[in-house]
Design a protein around this ligand. Structure first.
Ligand SMILES: CN(C)C(=N)NCCC[C@H](N)C(=O)O
Length: 288
C-alpha cells in the first residue's frame, strides 16, 4: 500500500487547518449560540473579549489529529482508487478514473475519516464554544482547562461513548460530501487541463478551493446538527437523536437554521482547500 499519500495528506491538511481555524471558530459559535447577530458581530465580540487568541481556541488538538484524519482521508481515497482502477496516483493523469470511481473512493475516505475525526472534532467544538477569556482574574473559570482536560472530563462523565457524541451526524455529513469533494476537484481540473497533462498550480488552487466550497455547501445542514448534538446538555437542550435535533431546531428557528454558518464555511473552505490540494499535489510530485 503506497504510504506517500498518507504523509502528503497529513502535511497538506495541517497547512489548511491553521489557515482556516479562525473562520471555523466563528462558524461553530454562530451555529451553536444565539447571542451573535452575524459574522461581523461574532468576530468583533470574540476579538474584544478574548483577543486574537480567541480565534485559535481548540486548535492544538486538531493539529495533532490532522495527522490521522487527513492522512486517512487522502490515503484511503487514493488507495481505494488503486483497488478500483489499478492505477497509481501518477498514472491517473494518463488513465483518468471515471467519476463514479472517484465518488466511491471519496465516500470511502469520508466514511473512515469521520470515525477518526469524531472525538477530536467533539473536543474542538466544546473548546471553541467556551467564550470566557483565558486569563481573566476572578472571572468564572472555563469548564475545560484544555483539550486533555476536556477529553478526560467527557470520558469520566459519559464514558468512552461520550467521546463519540455527534459521530453519526458527522458520518452522514462526511460520507457523501467527500465523494462530492473529490468529484468536483477532478471535474474542475479536467475542464482546463489538456488530456494526459498534470494540472497547473493555478488550476489546482482554484479547483481545490471550489471543491472545498461545493462540499461544504452540501455539508452545512448536517454540520449544524452535528455541532448541536456535540454541545447538547451543556447549556443547550438534550436531543433524543439526530432526527429530534433536526425537527426541534427547524421548529424553533425555522428552516434557515440549516444554513447557519454557510457564508463563513464557504469563505473558509476556499483558502483551506486550495492550500490543501496544492501542497498534496506538490508533495506527491516531489516524491514521485
Ligand atoms: C465537506 N467536508 C466535510 C470536507 N470537505 N471535508 C474535507 C476537509 C478538508 C479540509 N480539511 C477542510 O476542513 O475544509
Amino acid at each position: 500500500m503506497p504510504v506517500e499519500e498518507f504523509v502528503a495528506g497529513w502535511i497538506s491538511g495541517a497547512l489548511g487547518l491553521v489557515l482556516g481555524h479562525p473562520f471555523d471558530t466563528v462558524k461553530v459559535r454562530l451555529q451553536t449560540q444565539n447571542t451573535y447577530r452575524g459574522i461581523i458581530d461574532c468576530t468583533v465580540k470574540t476579538y474584544r473579549h478574548e483577543s486574537i487568541l480567541g480565534f485559535f481556541k481548540g486548535m492544538s488538538f486538531p493539529i495533532a489529529s490532522i495527522a490521522v484524519v487527513n492522512s486517512v482521508l487522502f490515503g484511503v481515497y487514493s488507495n481505494t482508487l488503486l483497488v478500483l482502477t489499478a492505477t497509481s496516483h501518477h498514472e491517473r493523469r494518463l488513465q483518468p478514473p471515471s467519476y463514479t470511481h472517484v465518488f466511491v473512493a471519496g465516500c470511502t475516505g469520508g466514511f473512515l475519516q469521520a470515525y477518526c475525526l469524531a472525538p477530536f472534532d467533539l473536543i474542538k467544538v466544546r473548546l471553541q464554544n467556551q467564550t470566557e477569556p483565558r486569563a481573566r482574574q476572578g472571572g468564572p473559570p472555563p469548564r475545560y482547562r484544555g483539550p486533555v482536560h476536556c477529553a478526560a472530563s467527557i470520558f469520566q462523565e459519559e464514558g468512552p461513548r461520550g467521546l463519540f457524541r455527534g459521530a453519526w451526524a458527522l458520518t452522514l455529513r462526511d460520507t457523501p460530501t467527500l465523494g462530492i469533494y473529490f468529484v468536483s476537484y477532478e471535474w474542475l481540473c479536467r475542464q482546463v487541463t489538456p488530456d494526459g497533462q498534470n494540472p497547473s498550480s493555478t488550476t489546482v488552487l482554484v479547483a481545490g478551493g471550489f471543491a472545498g466550497i461545493t462540499s461544504w455547501v452540501t455539508a452545512t445542514p448536517l454540520d449544524v446538527i452535528k455541532s448541536r448534538m456535540q454541545m447538547a446538555g451543556l447549556g443547550q437542550r438534550e436531543y433524543q437523536g439526530l432526527l429530534d435535533c433536526m425537527v426541534s431546531s427547524a421548529r424553533q428557528e425555522g428552516l434557515g437554521v440549516f444554513f447557519r454558518g454557510l457564508t463563513i464555511n464557504s469563505a473558509r473552505a476556499f483558502p483551506v482547500n486550495a492550500v490543501t490540494f496544492l501542497s498534496y499535489e506538490y508533495l506527491l510530485h516531489l516524491w514521485g
